[in-house]
Design a protein around this ligand. Structure first.
Ligand code: ZN
Length: 216
């Protein structure tokens, strides 16, 4: 069950939002909903809301790790919603493709290695984060998006345009009763780690990422 912990206006680099935090007592996790600008804006027009459902990535978002594109995607989504003038960012406490922080650390440890005092991608050509999860017996992705749908329903949302390339996110929201159409979100890879990561997302998880998107 989701309980609202609190809600407040929050000025950001991407405009003025309403920041709300929920506590999921089943999983004992905090999840965030950012509404641009006010909850009333959504309640009065609950159709076709521009939405991003984003899973946390502490390494990238807090520590500026350069082996994935999570921080850029988060910022791009906030900019898109700001430009639109209204919308919602759902930020889920789901590290490591939903497998948890322990699995994530192990996966990065498999996919990267020290080489002459510098970090390199694993020399194994076919190694990537998803192959690493698989090699440890985790599913390639175990994120659950039902919670996001529940939060959207609390905000009064009926249908969304979802900023995603991930077909399982669309399916997850649809199955939870939110009418969803996809709007692509394309981040140019800033280095070869990210290019490899995006390619793996396309190949392993069926993300809608074209060859052109992979060229930096
Ligand atoms: Zn990441």
């Amino acid at each position: 069950m989701l309980n609202l912990v609190g809600s407040t206006p929050l000025p950001t680099e991407f405009g003025d939002w309403t920041y709300s935090v929920f506590f999921d007592d089943a999983e004992r996790k905090y999840h965030t909903m950012m509404i641009h600008k006010r909850p009333e804006d959504i309640k009065s027009h609950p159709e076709d809301v521009l939405v991003r459902v984003h899973s946390s990535c502490a390494t990238s978002e807090l520590f500026h790790a350069v082996n994935c594109e999570c921080r850029e995607e988060l910022e791009e989504a906030m900019k898109c919603i700001q430009n639109e003038g209204r919308g919602i960012l759902i930020y889920l406490d789901q590290e490591g493709g939903g497998n948890g922080i322990e699995a994530k650390i192990k996966a990065i440890n498999i996919a990267y290695e020290w080489n002459n005092n510098k970090i390199m991608a694993s020399a194994k050509e076919d190694m990537n984060a998803y192959a690493a999860y698989k090699s440890m017996g985790y599913p390639k992705e175990s994120r659950a998006f039902g919670i996001a749908a529940e939060m959207l329903k609390i905000a009064g949302v009926r249908s969304v345009r979802l900023l995603t390339n991930n077909p399982s996110k669309i399916k997850g929201l649809e199955e939870s009763g939110i009418k969803t159409v996809a709007v692509g979100i394309h981040i140019k890879p800033k280095n070869e780690f990210v290019a490899k990561h995006l390619k793996a997302k396309a190949e392993e998880l069926g993300h809608n990422i074209s060859q052109e998107d992979l060229e930096n």
